[in-house]
Structures are given as C-alpha cells and as structure tokens.
Design a binder for this molecule. Structure first.
Ligand code: SF4
Length: 245
C-alpha cells in the first residue's frame, strides 16, 4: 500500500535544496547564442536547429540539479588532467592571458567553440607539436566501447568536435590528442586523431545548412520518422518535434 504520509528523508530534503539552488543559478546564466562547435557532429539536424534557436526543451527534459553536477564533474576532471599532464613534462596551454579558454568563431559568429588546450611542447616521442587536446570524463559504459572500437565509430560527436577544432584552431598539421577518463576507475585512454578534411567539410556544410534553415524559418527533416526510435526517445525536443508535420 502506498504510504501517503511518508516524510522525505534527509537525503531527499538536502538534495532537493542543493538541486533547487543549482537550478536557480543555471536559470540566471545566459544561454549561448551560437551553435557549439562541439555539437555539430550530433546526428539530427533538426535537434541542432532546436539547440541553436534555444527552443525550450520538453517539460520532462529540463536540466535537473543532478545533470548540472554531472557537467561540473567534467570541468573538474579536465582541470585535474591539465595538472597531471604538466607534471608529466608537457607544455599544455589551456587558457589565454586573461584566463579564458581559447575560442574560435565561424559562419559570421553563429558557430563558436572553445578548446580544452593545446600541447605546445613535451617529450619528443609524443611530438611533433603543437597538437590540439580534447578531454572527456565518461562513465565506464561509455568509456569501454571507445577503447574497443575507437572514437570515430563510437562517438562521432566527439570525433567531429576534434576535427572541427583542428581546422578552426589551425592545428591540422599534427594529429590531435584525445583523452577520455573512465569516471568509475580513473583509467585514461588516449587516441591520436589525424586531420580528416572530408569529415570537416561535411560538418561545415551541415553547420551552414542548419543556420540557413533557421534564418529561413524552415525545419530540417527528422533523423527518423518513428517517434519510438530509441535516439528520438532520448531527445530533449521529442514531443515538440513529433507534434509538428
Ligand atoms: S525527436 Fe528525433 S527527429 Fe526530432 S529533433 Fe529529436 S532526434 Fe531529431
């Protein structure tokens, strides 16, 4: 029988308070007014249109305090990686003289991106330099498939981010170094990514198509016509998307 008189326990009460504080803080942060270079590899062009136009997500998909904490964890692990790479003898530049991440702009400022860092020097066996660096912190269930099958196959979004950034930061000459930290075990997997001009061209054309469609007020085709397609079920705009023709 459901106990309607059950009182929230201390975890529920405390976490509720923390989540509320984080969600209020998030609501005051300005939403980005550009298409993120880290996102162009996302498969569905319509979803990227919703993202670019800051369309409200479905009611049940709003950012919760827990998701905000997950994003914060990604920043911590990145800072830790910078620290241990410097200790290991690499010249890694992660911010400019004002303490800001390096930024590029493309498509008249409608596409922007910020890189995790650039290896400017280090042991010869890992050169030549400079090399773009991108880092992710992932749960084991996402980490292991990347180790087994490689980034391009298992995460075209991260692979695309690296390709787009290599070009836009003028770092195509040497392969990028991509690291992913297993957040369950703290293992680190590295992959070298040579520049793939065909992949970059495909992404850049996609970015142009998304921006043009948004300005024209057109919705690009869905990635699937089936509302129960598993990728669509996970989409933040599922209900909105399938309520339109
Ligand atoms: S529900 Fe599917 S088709 Fe619609 S925007 Fe999301 S991913 Fe794309």
């Amino acid at each position: 029988m459901i106990d309607f008189n059950r009182k929230p326990n201390v975890s529920e009460k405390l976490n509720g308070r923390i989540d509320k504080a984080l969600e209020i803080e998030q609501s005051f942060q300005s939403a980005r007014n550009y298409l993120g270079g880290s996102r162009i590899g996302v498969e569905c062009e319509r979803a990227l249109q919703y993202e670019f136009t800051k369309t409200s997500v479905d009611l049940d998909k709003d950012f919760s305090g827990r998701i905000i904490r997950v994003f914060a964890r990604g920043h911590w692990v990145e800072e830790y990686m910078v620290e241990i790479l410097k200790k290991s003898g690499f010249g890694l530049v992660s911010v400019d003289e004002n303490g800001n991440q390096f930024e590029f702009e493309a498509h008249e400022g409608y596409v922007k991106g910020h890189c995790d860092g650039v290896f400017v020097s280090g042991p010869d066996e890992f050169g030549p330099y400079p090399r773009l660096w991108e880092n992710k912190g992932l749960m084991q269930k996402y980490f292991l498939p990347i180790v087994k099958h490689g980034l391009e196959i298992k995460s075209p979004v991260y692979y695309g981010q690296c390709q787009y950034y290599m070009k836009k930061f003028n770092l195509t000459e040497n392969p990028a170094l991509f690291s992913v930290v297993n957040m369950n075990t703290m293992e680190i997997y590295w992959e070298e990514l040579p520049f793939n001009s065909g992949f970059f061209d495909m992404l850049d054309a996609k970015a142009a198509r998304i921006i043009a469609a948004c300005w024209a007020g057109e919705l690009l085709p869905r990635m699937s016509q089936k509302a129960d397609f598993f990728k669509c079920k996970q989409c933040n705009w599922h209900d909105r998307c399938f309520s339109k023709r």
